[in-house]
Design a protein around this ligand. Structure first.
Ligand code: NAD
Length: 492
């Protein structure tokens, strides 16, 4: 059973298209648009303005003007009020936002409704609280009595936010909320595959009453709009979430002007079952870690380390449980897994599956497109593999779980750390002392013990090694959106 499109979703799909610059919805300078697809049906959901360098230039100009004008004079308390108002509006529009996210990304509606959208609202609320609490300090410099020295936290200026397609709305909130709380203005360039909820957010920003130009949304392609944003001399910082390759290219481009850059990149996260792990808790947890959002998760627990002496038992449990996962249209309440985001991405996931088979990994389940459905579906896939296999090393970003047996815990830790990534990790077991020792030994920005993908605005997020630079979320994010200025006053 597939739900009919709610009225508000239909109405939005009819009006969406123009980009949002300087508080106005307008067409791209050259009038071009591009189609945005529903990956479950391959149908065009809407066409959207194709922003390029000229549009980015206008957006940066508008953001700069807002910074010099009304936004620069807005008190922290007023910024807080606006961010709280935005959080409220997101909650009021949560059903519509979740349906749009489900339709455009391919994720089950229930996941968007219970994770992506409420977490985004929480994010704006969390940073709304920081506007009045992010302070400098008075410094105990030498020369007592002669000098007053203190620090100020000043906004960087215009922030360029570039987001991926897997959690478009949530990841936009990770960038906008701290940037705005600390007094910056923003140009947001959403992924060309999933720009719809960013444009919906523009409408909510308008309704919340932010001054014109504080937030600008310019959909477009990476090499056009994205690169123009990175190269623009008046952009003070790029906050990027996406692939390692593009992240590295951005870092190189930004070096010329020493733009501030934070990067949230990919991963190949280990999920380790300890010897005393309880299968009742672990099997569901391991599948959730690997298959949430069709496995299109930067932190997916895609390498599952299983103790050799319990391998058969876990393989049996995982295979039986994975067989029951229902794939279907994202708006069908019975669906537990939707399609991948695009034909091209599906081809990439299938390439890795074939590579796994070719290199001798043992296919336990799935391993092929789901031809019973019209969209870009790949069946949930389980492999028993070795570290040398490509599927155990590279990020696949789809519903493919690679199971890796181990003999000793020391060996599991060493192998878990032996990749270029370090975004997240999971550990499952009853002996918490042992689990905590493992948590401290893993090279990962976030480690979950007896849980996975737990996210909260208060908890910092980011990667070790090639998984990223800097942190989002929590108070750590504030550092990345402000400069610290020292002021000395001669009191003599
Ligand atoms: P991607 O790198 O292809 O694209 C990300 C964004 O960058 C898009 O908006 C794209 O248009 C833009 N872009 C592409 N080329 C550009 C260029 N030359 N200059 C400027 N911008 C450019 O990534 P994707 O396929 O959208 O997302 C998947 C990747 O994102 C995966 O590797 C995943 O692990 C990663 N990711 C990381 C996190 C995290 O928090 N660490 C979260 C989600 C996704």
């Amino acid at each position: 059973m597939v739900l009919n499109l709610p009225e508000k979703v239909q109405a939005f799909l009819q009006r969406v298209g123009p980009l949002y610059v300087g508080g106005r919805f307008q067409e791209a300078q050259d009038g071009e648009r591009f189609p945005v697809l529903n990956p479950a049906t391959r149908e065009v959901l809407a066409t959207v303005a194709r922003g390029k360098a000229a549009d980015i230039a206008l957006a940066v100009e508008a953001a700069e003007k807002a910074l010099q004008g009304p936004w620069g004079r807005t008190s922290p308390d007023e910024r807080s009020r606006l961010l709280f108002r935005l959080a409220e509006l997101i909650e009021e529009h949560a059903e519509t936002l979740a349906a749009l996210e489900a339709l455009n990304v391919g994720k089950p509606f229930i996941e968007a409704r219970t994770a992506d959208i409420p977490l985004a609202a929480q994010h704006f609320r969390y940073f709304a609280g920081w506007t009045t609490k992010w302070t400098g300090e008075v410094l105990p410099v030498s020369f007592p009595g002669q000098y007053l020295a203190y620090t100020r936290r000043e906004p960087l200026g215009v922030v360029g936010a570039i987001t991926p397609w897997n959690f478009p709305f949530l990841i936009a909130s990770w960038k906008l909320a701290p940037a705005l709380a600390t007094g910056n203005t923003v140009v947001l360039k959403p992924s060309e595959l999933t720009p719809l909820t960013a444009l919906y957010l523009a409408e909510l920003i308008e309704e919340a009453g932010f001054p014109k130009g504080v937030v600008n949304v310019v959909p477009g392609f990476g090499e056009e709009a994205g690169a123009a944003l990175v190269n623009h001399p008046k952009v003070a910082k790029i906050s990027f979430t996406g692939s390692v390759e593009v992240g590295k290219a951005i870092l190189k481009q930004a070096a010329d002007s020493l733009k501030r850059v934070t990067l949230e990149l990919g991963g190949k996260s280990p999920n380790i079952l300890l010897e005393d792990a309880d299968p009742k808790k672990v099997v569901r947890g391991a599948l959730f870690a690997a298959f949430f959002n069709q496995g299109e998760v930067c932190a997916a627990g895609s390498r599952l380390f299983v103790p050799k002496q319990r391998l058969d038992e876990f393989l049996e449990g995982l295979t039986q449980a994975a067989k029951t996962i229902r794939q279907g249209h994202p708006l069908d309440p019975a669906s537990q897994m939707g399609p991948l985001v695009s034909e091209e991405h599906r081809a990439r996931v299938l390439y890795y599956i074939h590579k796994g088979i070719e290199e001798g990994a043992k296919l336990l389940l799935g391993g092929e497109p789901n031809e019973t459905l019209p969209g870009f579906y790949v069946k949930p896939t389980l492999f028993l593999a070795e570290d040398r296999h490509t599927i155990a090393q590279e990020e696949i970003f789809g519903p493919v779980l690679t199971i890796l047996p181990y003999e000793t815990l020391e060996e599991a830790i060493q192998r878990a750390n032996a990749t270029r990534y370090g975004l997240a990790a999971g550990i499952w077991g009853e002996d918490l002392r042992r689990a905590i020792r493992v948590a401290h030994a893993l090279q990962a920005g976030t480690v979950w013990v007896n849980g996975y993908l737990l996210l909260d605005a208060t908890s910092p997020w980011g990667g070790y090694k090639e998984s990223g630079l800097g942190r989002e979320m929590g108070r750590y994010a504030l550092e990345h959106y402000t400069e610290t200025k020292s002021v000395w006053v001669n009191l003599a």
